[in-house]
Design a protein around this ligand. Structure first.
Ligand code: ATP
Ligand code: MG
Length: 400
């Protein structure tokens, strides 16, 4: 029992502002379920919610709390993640625990305060009395760190609960956003580039449950290029939860476009096919939107007129979270989420084969439709969909 009490726990803070606009219970239940899935590979944990906080408590001494902590930093819907250490419910034990557990934080701080919370109303002191007593002890123990109740560098949180008292470490910034599953389903077009992993991440962060679609054009694109895309999806799984990647053969469509359409429209017509195929996958999956990594003006196919011509073949909303971002910002984000190093591996994408020398940046929809009418659109999309392969990437990274 005493052994069990000494194990650190994790606390996740919910995004308060966001709670107002959503059904709080739905939000909390989703988040608890998602946290449970994220920490499962690291041992047996109990996950529950109380007063806008999610508690993650190890249920056996073998639990890997460092791993669980890192996993919790990737759970959308939590704005902060902290570790906390339980101790006996006495001022002496709490002060002693804070002294050793927070020694590193005190070494970095110029000022501090203690904030106490009493869930156990039987505890003989008020929160204010407890804060003062512990604060006094800590001021004595760390004479170089002054007390500042208004703008402290370090806030020491003490919590009195039924079974124990808890001293909190300073929290780390959480992933923010909304719990995956709160925002509906979408199909994300995932290439091997820098942008689409970031756009996928951004929509997952808004609570969207994603399925991925990737277009491959062997032999123009290699097995390595496909492996790279699966690797990118794998890197997104700790954020998004398990992912299905639909790989759709795109060679025949590209060859037909090259054979029958004017070169200036190659890319645009190809992108219209991508949208149609993603639309078909979305309808099968019950998804309500498509997601792309397009950013206004980044390339010829991402001018406003090009985006209109591309988007007109689907009735689903096309979410383009990067639309107003600079490349440098996208790169920064891709480094932060951990996809950048894989994205820059130099394998070709189907978009980079058969690229026109002079792409049309001001396409007229009627002209594109006319150019496209040389193709049997239905037969080509049906054939591509029939060749679709499905990869499921599980939470532990295994692919089936
Ligand atoms: P990225 O860095 O994501 O590859 P990009 O700037 O290279 O983007 P494009 O190649 O024009 O832009 O592609 C724009 C978007 O179209 C991508 O962000 C992605 O959503 C989608 N896309 C492009 N190629 C593919 C592909 N092979 N499979 C699936 N989606 C793709
Ligand atoms: Mg690309």
């Amino acid at each position: 029992m005493a052994e069990e009490k000494r194990q650190e726990i994790l606390l996740l803070k919910l995004g308060e502002v966001v709670l107002k606009g959503l059904n709080r219970n739905v939000f909390e239940d989703k988040l608890v379920a998602n946290v449970g899935r994220h920490v499962r590979p690291f041992g047996r944990f109990q996950v529950y919610t109380k007063q806008s906080t999610i508690y993650v408590e190890p249920r056996s001494p073998e639990c890997d709390l460092d791993g669980a902590y890192r996993a919790c930093l990737q759970v959308f819907g939590a704005v902060a993640v902290a570790r906390a250490l339980p101790c006996e419910k006495t001022v002496e034990a709490i002060s002693q625990t804070a002294r050793t557990y927070l020694a590193g934080a005190f070494a970095r701080a110029g000022s501090f305060k203690v904030e106490s919370r009493r869930a156990d109303k039987q505890f003989p002191m008020t929160s204010i009395q407890l804060s003062q007593a512990v604060g006094g002890d800590l001021a004595e123990a760390f004479p170089n760190v002054r007390v500042d109740v208004h703008h402290p560098d370090l806030t020491v949180y003490v919590e009195i609960r039924e079974r124990a008292a808890y001293v909190h470490m300073p929290p780390a910034e959480g992933a923010g956003g909304l719990p995956v599953g709160c925002g509906g389903r979408a199909v994300s077009l995932l290439s091997g580039g820098i942008d689409s992993p970031v756009s996928s991440w951004m929509m997952a962060r808004r609570g969207v449950w994603l399925e991925m679609v990737h277009f491959a054009s062997p032999p123009y694109t290699s097995q390595q290029a496909l492996d790279k895309v699966l690797e990118l999806a794998k890197l997104l799984v700790p954020w998004c939860g398990q992912l299905v990647v639909h790989v759709i053969p795109f060679t025949q469509i590209q060859e037909e476009i090259r054979r029958s359409c004017p070169e200036e429209y190659f890319t645009l017509i190809m992108r219209r096919f991508m949208m149609r195929l993603a639309d078909a996958v979305a309808r099968k999956a019950g998804a309500g939107a498509l997601v792309t990594g397009e950013s206004l003006g980044q390339v010829a196919s991402q001018t406003m007129l090009s985006l209109a011509v591309t988007g007109e073949v689907t009735a689903l909303p096309v979410l383009r979270p990067l639309i107003g971002m600079d490349k440098a910002e996208i790169v920064r984000l891709s480094r932060r989420i951990g996809t950048y190093e894989t994205s820059i591996l130099p394998y070709e994408d189907c978009c980079t084969v058969f690229t026109p020398r002079h792409p049309n940046t001001r396409p007229v929809p009627e002209a594109v439709r006319a150019a496209e009418s040389a193709l049997d659109v239905q037969a080509l999309t049906d054939a591509a969909l029939a060749g679709r392969r499905r990869y499921r990437i599980k939470s532990d990274g295994s692919i089936s």
